[in-house]
Design a protein around this ligand. Structure first.
Ligand SMILES: Nc1ncnc2c1ncn2[C@@H]1O[C@H](COP(=O)(O)OP(=O)(O)OP(=O)(O)O)[C@@H](O)[C@H]1O
Ligand SMILES: [Mg+2]
Length: 492
């Protein structure tokens, strides 16, 4: 491509030079040739005038005549008034006829300066004739036309050579410009091709000056913008795909979770209707199963509603400052009976006296009851659960406190820990279901904590126990809390 552009530029340059040379030659011929001709006429006339003034009798001597003709570079002819040639520097006069009718001689005989260009009747060569009157008759000088033609040729050659020489720097500069321009154009075309193929990472070198440099910079800017837009679209596309996958998974999960208790309710209801209602030994057991599954459905729908309310930002929170130890103690008192059923020791590890937390007390109840409920569920009888509060040592605002729920239970495998806070994620599905779990508890915890501007995490060792940590702000931080009160649609 670059080569083609260079070839075109060089061809244009060659055509331009050829036209310039032809024009120069044309002008030389049109202007210089007539001037040179006039100059030669004047020269002949001057020589004739000089000879007019010299001793004309010397011309009668053939040797002198020959010498003078040689010196003046002309052929000299002396013609009498009646047209007889008296002397001629180039030809034997006995061979010459009467010259009275030669146009230049006729003119000179009438007292004027005669001129003619014609072929010599004696030599046959085309010549320039100039005749002037002298007392004896006519003095005629002539030169061959070929001499003038030769001189003119010489002048044209010289002019052309000078013009060609003058073009050398022009050609060099033009070649340099053609080379750089074709190189830059080639780069621009190649770059545009890269853009068309979707490669927005390559950049053109900055040529600093000229229109092509501006074009290059504009293309670079366009490429950068396109690259950013494509990148953004790709990210958004990936995000949308991810959300779509999550949505589908969610629908599948919800349907699955609903199907099992519904199928059970349907099955046992039909069994009872088919006569088992009168079966004293089993009817109460069947009804208990139906109630158990109905409760499970109620829990599931309640949890789903809670999650959706947080996500749709329709749940109202009443944030306020609370003494954290008192709040946690009240919540633990409410949950303690559940722990006691499994003889689990539920301890509180308080924060320094007077520590405050800025939260919605209902939400904190939900968070802690979910975590303690899990701890109780997944800790064997006579285990230990500690709920503690401590200040997060940080100089950055906002100040936070950290609440943790530590148990001595079965622990969570490391590979499950990253997905634990996803909706419906359960380490042991069957076991969780058996214990009445919906798999939504930790997802609710995560959303509630985030609504407060905090974070939740887990540390666990198999068969040693697990500790769930979450942070909450110590005091109201306007901007922070406002932002967190409007959470984005989340993926888990
Ligand atoms: N303290 C814990 N020790 C061991 N495993 C736990 C603990 N807490 C949670 N898990 C695991 O994490 C899973 C998800 O917990 P999550 O609270 O979300 O659901 P769930 O307890 O099964 O049901 P529910 O929605 O009724 O709380 C549980 O099924 C369990 O496998
Ligand atoms: Mg739970």
């Amino acid at each position: 491509m670059r080569f083609r552009i260079l070839l075109k530029l060089v061809a244009a340059l060659a055509v331009f030079i050829a036209i310039a040379l032809v024009a120069t030659d044309f002008l030389t011929r049109r202007v210089v040739e007539p001037q040179y001709m006039a100059h030669r006429w004047r020269e002949l006339e001057d020589k004739a005038r000089i000879l007019q003034l010299t001793n004309l009798s010397a011309l009668a001597d053939p040797v002198r005549l020959h010498e003078i003709a040689q010196a003046s570079g002309t052929r000299i002819t002396l013609i009498s008034r009646d047209g007889q040639v008296m002397a001629d520097s180039a030809t034997d006069i006995s061979n010459l006829d009467n010259h009275a009718r030669r146009p230049e001689v006729t003119e000179a005989l009438s007292g004027k300066t005669g001129r003619s260009i014609r072929g010599s009747t004696s030599t046959g060569v085309e010549r320039l004739y100039l005749a002037v009157p002298i007392p004896q008759g006519v003095l005629r000088l002539s030169i061959p036309l070929s001499e003038i033609a030769h001189d003119e040729q010489e002048i044209r050659m010289r002019t052309m050579q000078s013009a060609a020489l003058a073009f050398v720097p022009v050609v060099l500069i033009a070649l340099y410009l053609a080379l750089t321009t074709s190189y830059r154009l080639g780069s621009l075309i190649a770059y545009a091709g890269e853009l068309a193929n979707g490669n927005f990472h390559s950049r053109l070198p900055d040529y600093k000056t000229g229109e092509l440099a501006i074009l290059g910079r504009k293309l670079n800017e366009t490429s950068a913008k396109l690259g950013r837009t494509v990148q953004q679209l790709q990210t958004e596309h990936t995000e949308l795909e991810k959300l779509e996958r999550i949505r589908k998974d969610f629908v599948i999960n919800v349907s699955h979770e609903l199907r099992t208790p519904l199928a059970s309710i349907q099955g046992y209801t039909e069994t009872l209707m088919d006569g088992a209602i009168h079966d004293e030994a089993n009817n109460m057991r069947f009804l208990t199963i139906i109630r158990h599954n109905a409760e499970r459905l109620a829990r599931l729908t309640a949890d789903l509603l809670a999650l959706s309310r947080i996500e749709m930002k329709t749940q109202e929170f009443r944030f306020a400052a609370y003494r954290v130890n008192e709040l946690v103690a009240d919540i633990l008192d409410a949950i303690r009976p559940i722990a006691m059923k499994k003889h689990i020791d539920l301890k509180q590890d308080p924060a320094p006296q007077g520590s405050e937390v800025f939260c919605d007390s209902e939400a904190l109840y939900q968070i802690l009851s979910n975590l303690v409920d899990n701890a109780v569920k997944y800790t064997p009888e006579y285990g230990h659960i500690t709920v503690g509060v401590r200040q997060v040592p940080t100089s950055d605002a906002p100040k936070m406190i950290e609440v943790f729920v530590q148990d001595t239970g079965m622990g969570i495998p490391p590979e499950d820990q990253p997905r634990l806070f996803e909706r419906f994620y359960r380490v042991d599905k069957a076991r969780s279901r058996e214990l009445g779990g919906t798999g939504l508890g930790l997802a609710i915890v995560k959303h509630l904590v985030r609504t407060h501007g905090g974070e939740v995490r887990v540390e666990s060792e198999m068969n040693q126990g697990s500790t769930f940590f979450f942070t909450l702000p110590v005091e109201e931080v306007e901007a922070h809390v406002t932002e967190e009160l409007h959470p984005q649609f989340t993926t888990s």
